[in-house]
Design a protein around this ligand. Structure first.
Ligand SMILES: [Zn+2]
Length: 268
């Protein structure tokens, strides 16, 4: 049951450099699901029902879990520091990030019934481990336990709030505010101030020109909030970023706290 999703005899340790802590936990199903806040919120009987259908899945940086139009056959629950971006594909082939999903949530139609085509690309932003469950198995579990369905529906409400906030943020806030917000969201979920991302990737995700991002990043470096090193960005002063951020993260966090208390990672 807990075979690696890539069909290795053991977990893909050789191919994917995952933290030892996760590797240690992946053999214990109950501990594995405790690394995703949403799964951890399930009641014991609900966990027992889902456990046989869960499998660890190593998320590789840049991997597309599904593309627009794909039949969504699995739900992925990122564990610990793993991050997945929802990327909307535009007519001119650009891809813009609309939501960043970490251990507070899931991707892959956990609310919808049956197989539905994906609207956007789900792309791994920060590698790590996920719990993967086949959509059909999740469907049966939701039918057996309406409380599971209720939990995921509440999460869907939070996700919609995240997307609504992103729309408002993109329309009204400056690139500096949005970039500061993005870095804070990333380090809050990954617990790591070292983010493997380039200016080009940031510009693409935000749907803005690279020169704008370069100008803002130069300001971040000058004021000491961020430094760069070989394709990585290191957050040196989160407080300074917080001062420059638009505060949209806090509004999303508040909504999560109202609807699903304790699920959203705290901004520390
Ligand atoms: Zn904003």
């Amino acid at each position: 049951m807990y075979r690696c999703a890539h069909n290795c005899n053991n977990f893909c340790r050789k191919s994917y450099k995952l933290p030892d802590l996760i590797m240690k936990h992946d053999k214990n199903p109950e501990r594995l699901l405790n690394h995703n806040n949403l799964l951890r919120a399930l009641k014991p009987a609900e966990k027992d029902l889902l456990l046989p259908y869960m499998a660890p899945y190593p998320l590789r940086k840049g991997e597309a879990l599904y593309e627009p139009g794909d039949d969504v056959q699995y739900a992925y629950f990122p564990c610990n520091t793993a991050l997945i971006s929802f990327m909307v594909m535009l007519a001119d082939a650009r891809a813009v990030e609309t939501a960043l999903i970490g251990r507070e949530g899931a991707v892959g139609g956990i609310v919808s019934h049956g197989h539905l085509p994906a609207f956007c690309r789900a792309e791994v932003r920060f590698p790590g481990l996920a719990v993967r469950i086949a959509s059909r198995d999740l469907e049966q579990a939701k039918n057996a336990f309406p409380s599971i369905s209720n939990l995921f529906t509440r999460y869907a409400d939070c996700l919609i709030s995240q997307v609504f906030q992103a729309v408002a943020c993109n329309a009204t806030h400056t690139i500096e505010q949005r970039l500061a917000k993005w870095f804070l969201a990333a380090i809050t979920r990954t617990d790591d101030h070292d983010i493997p991302i380039t200016q080009e990737q940031l510009a693409s995700m935000l749907g803005v020109g690279r020169s704008y991002v370069a100008r803002v990043m130069a300001g971040f470096k000058t004021n000491g909030s961020i430094s760069t090193h070989r394709g990585h960005m290191i957050v040196n002063n989160p407080d300074r970023l917080r001062e420059m951020s638009c505060g949209c993260n806090a509004l999303v966090h508040d909504h999560f706290d109202t609807v699903l208390r304790g699920i959203y990672p705290a901004d520390t």
